[in-house]
Design a protein around this ligand. Structure first.
Ligand SMILES: *[C@@H]1O[C@H](CO)[C@@H](O)[C@H](O)[C@H]1NC(C)=O
Ligand SMILES: *[C@@H]1O[C@H](CO)[C@@H](O)[C@H](O)[C@H]1NC(C)=O
Ligand SMILES: *[C@@H]1O[C@H](CO)[C@@H](O)[C@H](O)[C@H]1NC(C)=O
Ligand SMILES: *[C@@H]1O[C@H](CO)[C@@H](O)[C@H](O)[C@H]1NC(C)=O
Ligand SMILES: *[C@@H]1O[C@H](CO)[C@@H](O)[C@H](O)[C@H]1NC(C)=O
Ligand SMILES: *[C@@H]1O[C@H](CO)[C@@H](O)[C@H](O)[C@H]1NC(C)=O
Ligand SMILES: *[C@@H]1O[C@H](CO)[C@@H](O)[C@H](O)[C@H]1NC(C)=O
Ligand SMILES: *[C@@H]1O[C@H](CO)[C@@H](O)[C@H](O)[C@H]1NC(C)=O
Ligand SMILES: *[C@@H]1O[C@H](CO)[C@@H](O)[C@H](O)[C@H]1NC(C)=O
Ligand SMILES: CC(=O)N[C@H]1CO[C@H](CO)[C@@H](O)[C@@H]1O
Length: 648
């Protein structure tokens, strides 16, 4: 098949005239050839298609913007067509690709009513249906760069790539031409470059959906991948694959958020591209001063926190609508009365409050350690407030006055999970069905943070006291986004300030300060084992048996007595196969090697479908002294089992 394509391209190389320096790089073509999708040679449709194609490849088509739509004929012979060139390419390259593709489709898709042809430089698409302004996520084509990221660096790489692509997706979706490119320092010798683009006929939301879907499908362990849908395109490489000059020009008009997404703090200082941008801005300001002034004034009408990194357009939440008066909060909490105090977290103290309209709220008074500016704080709160999911505690407002930084959350009635699950007198309230529901809900909440929200948020401090339970015992994760609110770098691979709680932190985090989404997976695994056993991982008492719960669970599992882990209070009344499966998943989550831990989307599939075969867990990650005492019994994890269960 690929050799056929190769031959095909080769024949074009031989016959095409030399004016075209290089033929476009063909990725894939799709034109379903069935009785209902074809037309006959001399039909109206055929004539109209010819008209359409020649209009798309005509000299006056808008190659400079890289996108053109056109229609020809009347229903039922109406045809709609479009082309999209990669955002950084010059009009000449774009036209070359479109002209080539128009020729190409006549050969590849003769007499077929609809076709999509993907090249690296452009895409050509036409159909008898109306394809404009309609997101289309099928068919997909992709190509990977043959090499895998080295095992040692793959976790950091996956995080860097996914964070940058997701941020770029938001920027692209909000830009007029629906394209955004980024370059960021990967190592001293390599930059990571990426480009995401939608057809500009899509709405911001449709574009974002398409890009996020495509990004979620990318195998980030490859050092370079490109993926194309009819509606969008994403690519990243460890080399400069796009024309930086062209993209910089394109991206200048919307400079307001930083060109380099904020988490890329390393290496920001001496970045020459920032310098170039600065010079260009200076020139523009001087030359086009009146216009610049006008734009500036127009911008000033908006609030400064409009520069929040992510959201524009359909989002109406602003800092104004969330900001609360300090006095309001003082009244609501009886001036932070001791008897209103309901908890203490790593970031400050929590009080119960009642607002003047009767709403019960939980008020978190943050400790005064953040060196963050007011605007940044507001920006981050607004972003975090937009993370809304039934398994996340809802952030309802904030207050910022003087030194005070206060977050106001929905009030959740049943306190936190640790308050019930570890209390011998209360734990019987949670039977197996409820515990399973809690595990499931926590997984949904983290999955949303990791992948389904518009940002990738790593919680970094998942633990039983951060899982709150509402009156129906639905779990709600608290304290998410604290890293954002405190202005800490979410993607930085190492952190001097190790937040998190002993017993829930994975070995690579404790020892090296490395964290990633897989750190949250580890904490989730610990939580699962705690929920099943009703025992705390950190203050595990059976010292003669094992030093902590994870070790203990592993020992029982390898002895074939996993059910001994189950909390005696629910033992007689639980679905044994469900429990075993949850212990199995818990053990997979606490694997020492982050790569071997499943992602949340995999965990979710494992939890919700019991037809899926789980990989065999290996010895979990725990302290060095116990490592050699256990015999290796398990076979190595079969990676194909892991990949199989993605329904993709
Ligand atoms: C398609 O058309 C051919 C002849 O033109 C016929 O033999 C075949 O059964 C048709 N297939 C379908 C699915 O209608
Ligand atoms: C198509 O039309 C041309 C002239 O209009 C005619 O010469 C040719 O035979 C037709 N071909 C078919 C397949 O009908
Ligand atoms: C280009 O110009 C021709 C007439 O000069 C017109 O028929 C055609 O629709 C134009 N094409 C586009 C894409 O504007
Ligand atoms: C489509 O084909 C019909 C029949 O040949 C013709 O009358 C009409 O002008 C065509 N439309 C375009 C836009 O070429
Ligand atoms: C298009 O194809 C025809 C023959 O099929 C060829 O003569 C012509 O040169 C091609 N044009 C381009 C721009 O490749
Ligand atoms: C890259 O990694 C994947 C999954 O881990 C594996 O299936 C593939 O064979 C590896 N490819 C290369 C070239 O090492
Ligand atoms: C990475 O990007 C920076 C800033 O644009 C540039 O100075 C540097 O030369 C690039 N490094 C490589 C290896 O391309
Ligand atoms: C990159 O884009 C700029 C501006 O559009 C153009 O002048 C330059 O020739 C392009 N470089 C390459 C290598 O295509
Ligand atoms: C890029 O990052 C590496 C470490 O990740 C650092 O050693 C290097 O100095 C950085 N380079 C630049 C140009 O910032
Ligand atoms: C959805 C869309 O982009 N439609 C455009 C198609 O092209 C015509 C001009 O040729 C525009 O007017 C439409 O807005």
């Amino acid at each position: 098949m690929s050799s056929l394509i190769f031959l095909f391209i080769l024949s074009f190389l031989n016959t095409s005239f030399t004016a075209c320096a290089q033929n476009p790089d063909f990725l894939a073509g799709f034109c379903p050839n069935t009785n209902t999708t074809t037309f006959s040679k001399n039909s109206t449709y055929s004539i109209n298609l010819t008209t359409l194609l020649s209009s798309l490849s005509s000299r006056n088509a808008s190659y400079s913007t890289g996108f053109q739509n056109a229609t020809a004929g009347e229903s039922p012979d109406m045809i709609t067509g479009l082309f999209l060139c990669r955002g950084d390419l010059s009009p000449e390259v774009c036209r070359n690709c479109v002209v080539f593709s128009v020729n190409d489709t006549l050969t590849r898709c003769p007499n077929v009513r609809e076709a999509v042809l993907y090249y690296e430089e452009c895409m050509l698409r036409y159909s008898h249906r109306n394809i404009l302004s309609t997101p289309k996520l099928h068919p997909v084509a992709w190509r990977t760069n043959g090499n895998n990221m080295s095992y040692r660096q793959v976790v950091r790489f996956e995080d860097t790539v996914s964070n940058n692509l997701n941020r770029a997706a938001v920027r692209a979706a909000n830009s007029p031409r629906k394209v955004f490119a980024f370059k960021t320092n990967w190592t001293e010798f390599q930059n990571l470059s990426g480009l995401v683009q939608c057809t500009p006929d899509l709405t911001t939301q449709d574009c974002l959906n398409c890009l996020q879907l495509s990004i979620n499908r990318l195998p980030f362990y490859r050092i370079g991948v490109r993926i194309r849908y009819p509606s969008c395109y994403s690519r990243y490489e460890l080399y400069q694959f796009y024309n930086e000059t062209a993209i910089t020009t394109l991206q200048l008009p919307q400079l307001s958020p930083p060109l380099v997404p904020s988490p890329q703090r390393p290496g920001k200082g001496g970045n020459p591209s920032v310098l170039v941008v600065a010079i260009v801005v200076l020139v523009i300001l001087v030359v086009l001063l009146p216009i610049a002034c006008y734009c500036f004034l127009a911008k000033r009408e908006k609030k400064p926190y409009d520069t929040a990194p992510a959201f524009h357009g359909d989002d109406i939440t602003t800092a104004d609508s969330l900001q609360l008066d300090y006095r309001t909060i003082q009244t609501a909490t009886n001036d932070f009365a001791e008897r209103n105090k309901i908890g203490r977290g790593g970031f400050g103290e929590v009080y119960k409050g009642i607002l003047s309209n009767g709403t019960e709220v939980a008020v978190k008074r943050l400790s005064k350690t953040s060196g963050q500016g007011e605007t940044e704080f507001k920006n981050e709160v607004v972003v975090v407030a937009k993370l809304q999911h039934r398994n996340l505690v809802r952030l309802q407002g904030f207050c910022l006055e003087g030194e005070e930084r206060i977050l106001v959350y929905e009030y959740v009635r049943n306190k936190s999970l640790d308050y019930i699950i570890f209390d011998p007198a209360k734990k019987s309230q949670l039977d197996w069905t409820l515990r399973y529901k809690i595990i499931d809900g926590i997984a949904r909440g983290i999955l949303y943070l990791h992948q389904d929200s518009r940002l990738t948020v790593i919680h970094r401090d998942l633990k039983a006291s951060n899982i709150l339970l509402d009156e129906d015992m639905n779990p709600k994760i608290a304290d998410f986004g604290m890293a954002r609110i405190f202005g800490m770098d979410q993607t930085q691979e190492k952190t001097g300030r190790v937040v998190g709680t002993l017993g829930y932190m994975p070995p690579e985090y404790v020892m090296n300060g490395h964290f990633s989404m897989k750190s949250d997976v580890y904490s989730f695994g610990v939580l699962v084992l705690e929920i099943i056993s009703g025992k705390r991982n950190s203050s595990f008492h059976e010292r003669d048996v094992a030093r902590d719960l994870v070790t203990y669970a592993w020992r029982l599992w390898s002895n074939g007595t996993a059910l001994d882990l189950v909390d005696p209070i629910i033992e007689g009344n639980c679905q044994k196969n469900e429990v075993i499966r949850c212990i199995h998943i818990g053990l997979l989550c606490v694997q020492e090697d982050p790569v071997k831990r499943p992602t949340l989307s995999t965990i979710f599939v494992m939890l919700t479908s019991n037809t899926v075969t789980l990989p065999v867990p290996q010895q979990p990650g725990f302290s060095v002294q116990t490592r050699n005492q256990l015999h290796q019994w398990s076979t190595s994890v079969d990676r194909s089992l892991i990949t199989d269960i993605y329904p993709r």
